[in-house]
Design a protein around this ligand. Sequence first.
Ligand SMILES: *Cc1c(COP(=O)(O)O)cnc(C)c1O
Length: 430
Amino acid sequence: MTNRDLPHQAPSGSVWLPYSQMAHAPAPPVVDSTEGVFINLQDGRQLVDGIASWWSACHGYNHPHICDAVETQLRRLPHVMLAGLTHEPVTQLAERLGAVLPGDLRHCFFSESGSVAVEVAMKMAVQYWMNHGQSGRYRFLSFRYGYHGDTTGAMSVCDPEKGMHAQFSGFLPQQLVVDLPEDAAGIDALSELMRAHRHELAGVILEPLLQAAGGLKMHSPATLAAIAGLCREHDLLLILDEIATGFGRCGSFFASEQADVTADIVTLGKALTGGMLPLAATVATSKVFAAFKGGPEKALMHGPTFCGHALGCAAALASLDLFASEPRLEQVAAIAAQLQRELEPCRQLAGVVDVRVLGATGVVQLQGKPPVAELQQRFVELGVWIRPFGDVVYLMPAFTIRPAELRQLTKAICQVVGEWSQGRAPDGTS
Ligand SMILES: *Cc1c(COP(=O)(O)O)cnc(C)c1O
């Protein structure tokens, strides 16, 4: 019998999986279909999804309203290039996003992934200063535990040590990556740093309230407000990356609303289409937009092939309909309360460092380097889809999840973290 005949052996590698060691990864479960909060596997098993496909499927999978909108759009106009042409879905989406975003963020540049939206935001910030005759402002200030995407510019503003791109440091532009300020002294230090580097900085980029893929760290609205205030004081562009936090995840429609701050540029993605299609946006205020008016050299020099993809726009419009017609933020509040209640007992377990909840995000942080692949496998055995990374086990479910389904998820976490806690080595290395 060759390795190939063994069940659950490494996938052949024809599909090169994201963030996966292809040499000895067990073959992942094959998904046959999705529905609501369920992932149906080809072998007949059904998993309750705790992470909504990287936090994107906020209305659950296959929501009929989004499916219908996409189907109708598909037959009429799936995609047409946006250079020199335009169409209804993209115009409508830009207007509706402008109406729901705080402040006067109303100039939307559409791309197809969050990383690209971040690239566009960075390029926009750099060119903003160029267009104002200030050259040499090429660097960004960002924060430890931040994550902004996998492309080169986006990687450069991620946490350079704790993030997933440490080995690329020599390849990346060197940014100023600093700790989030925790008190008045921290805010003063950050202010000093901004003052010292102002001439070379294009802007500051931050995930408001919840630093997601960099470790699921949370900070207060006051911290966010303080950083926004410093950006104003030092005349730096503030880019808020709401790709993970936008569309209700943190309990308000956009996380920045809780601090009553408006960014100069906001990036959106993930749940923008309710997880149905790849679409992202970089949205600028009129102050930023105005800097790009003038001669041809002042135009924003960016244009992805699938810019303003009509199908994606139709899905995003349908998703916005659902936020307007269904009680999503109330659902998020109920999820937050249940997560708080049902994950809190984990705090008593040896090796659990922290339990924290913000909106529809619940996190159990473990000590050391937990065996995340093994934990994930245990979750699948228990009929739930939960994918721990780094030192965190977390839930970011669809907002439409029912209390009993959420209970299944929190119960599985208490059980699996409990097993890990009992079995781990006394030094905490597990
Ligand atoms: C996921 C994410 C990105 C990158 O989006 P992709 O669509 O995966 O390229 C950027 N910023 C934040 C905050 C994210 O959570």
